[in-house]
Ligand binder design. Structure first.
Ligand code: FAD
Length: 278
């Protein structure tokens, strides 16, 4: 059994009433694992604004704190300020502050082009009310000018007032440990929670990884390929890989784990139980 560290769970806002009902059940089931918070994503440019607000309103006050994601690209300060005021009035005190990615074809960065600008704006507008989480990329953000500058950009977010980091998913724990070491050498000591992506479906995983710049190690790709459509074997293999990854992260000092649940209870629940983190 691993050392006990906090866990958090990420949801995305659903598109249909049926999806929203299903998510309520997932929320109840995962809440039993005693997470530190649930976070709800936000579509860049405000594309899920109403749905994110609805999901936050649904889960806020139901036991576990909720943290809305908020992205700045393509949004203006007035709309962001309005959201901050709504969340503050609802008693929410944690925000995940991101730049976001505009859908292809959409142009214009808006008044706050980078997440650092958003963190600075949140501090200007809401003072110290919010605990601010920001994104971290142990394997480098796909658009970063260089690895060193990407490290610097993360440190800029911390220096602008971010309290903690949540990483993009990854499968190589050394990338995470190296990232944390590098930011600490820059004098940044905020906690950085590894983002954990359960493996359940080979083609989805490859699609997510290609979209985010996360690397799927060759040995994992090859092993997944040998299973073809045998989903039971993919899930069993994926579970084993992620349990070992989490064990190494915890043993190496990860302060908490943030699970990309994909709005389902399992396999996240099984991972948390087997790691003894419930
Ligand atoms: P930034 O920190 O601004 O960095 C973006 C890029 O710009 C990096 O390459 C960085 O090196 C570079 N950069 C930063 N500052 C400068 C500068 N001054 N000059 C030049 N280059 C600079 N997206 C959503 O739309 N909604 C979500 O809810 C969401 N949730 C996420 C949750 C997590 C935990 C993570 C890891 C990502 C999430 N994303 C979400 C994806 C994220 O929005 C994208 O990865 C986006 O491309 C970058 O966002 P960021 O906040 O890391 O941006």
């Amino acid at each position: 059994m691993s050392k006990h560290i906090p866990i958090s769970f990420e949801f995305f806002p659903t598109k249909t009433d049926a999806g929203a009902e299903k998510l309520k059940v997932v929320h109840q089931e995962l809440q039993r694992l005693n997470p530190e918070f649930f976070s709800i994503t936000y579509g860049a440019g405000g594309s899920t604004r109403e749905r994110t607000l609805a999901a936050i309103a649904e889960f806020n006050g139901k036991g576990t704190p909720v943290a809305p994601h908020l992205s700045c690209i393509g949004d203006d300060k007035a709309r962001i300020a309005e959201l901050l005021d709504i969340y503050k009035a609802q008693g929410i005190d944690r925000i995940v502050a991101l730049r976001g990615d505009l859908p292809s074809g959409q142009v214009g960065l808006g008044e706050l082009p980078y997440a650092t600008d958003l963190v600075r704006f949140i501090r200007e507008h809401s003072g110290d009310h919010f605990h601010i989480e920001v994104a971290a990329y142990p394997e480098m953000h796909p658009q970063a000018e260089s690895f060193d500058l990407d490290i610097q950009r993360f440190c800029d977010k911390a220096n602008a007032g971010a309290n903690a980091g949540l990483t993009q998913f990854f499968f190589n724990p050394d990338a995470y440990f190296y990232f944390v070491d590098r930011i600490q050498k820059e004098g940044v000591n905020i906690p950085v929670a590894p983002g954990i992506m359960p493996i359940t479906n080979a083609s989805n995983l490859i699609r997510f990884a290609d979209g985010t710049g996360a690397e799927i190690p060759r040995w994992i790709r090859k092993q997944l390929a040998t299973y073809g459509d045998d989903t039971a074997s993919i899930k069993a293999f994926g579970h084993e890989v992620i349990v070992k990854l989490c064990e190494r992260l915890i043993a190496g000092g990860a302060p908490s784990l943030h699970f990309y649940t994909m709005n389902t209870t399992d396999p996240t629940r099984q991972l948390v139980l087997d790691l003894g983190l419930a």
